[in-house]
Unconditional design. Structure first.
Length: 85
């Protein structure tokens, strides 16, 4: 998404997340890794779920993940509609 930074920023994010997940997975087998999936309403916006899945697949870390955490920052109250995209 061009609104999410320049190519160098995107590459640094992707490489950093992949490095962190792989490093933790190698260092210990007894830790469950959950990836932050962003704002609780974000995944419901137009095409964001597809983009999120594509991004995670591109990181090549899915085999190390137990799941995803959403709505941990910028809390979206249950039952409240998110602003339009």
């Amino acid at each position: 998404d061009p609104r999410c930074g320049n190519p160098a920023t995107v590459a640094a994010y992707q490489e950093g997340i992949a490095y962190a997940v792989k490093s933790i997975a190698v260092a210990t087998q007894s830790v469950s890794i959950y990836l932050d999936a962003g704002h609780g309403g974000w995944l419901g916006w137009k095409d964001n779920m597809k983009d999120f899945v594509s991004t995670v697949r591109g990181l090549h870390v899915a085999q190390h993940l137990r799941g995803f955490a959403t709505n941990v920052a910028g809390y979206q109250a249950l039952g409240e509609m998110c602003p339009e995209y």
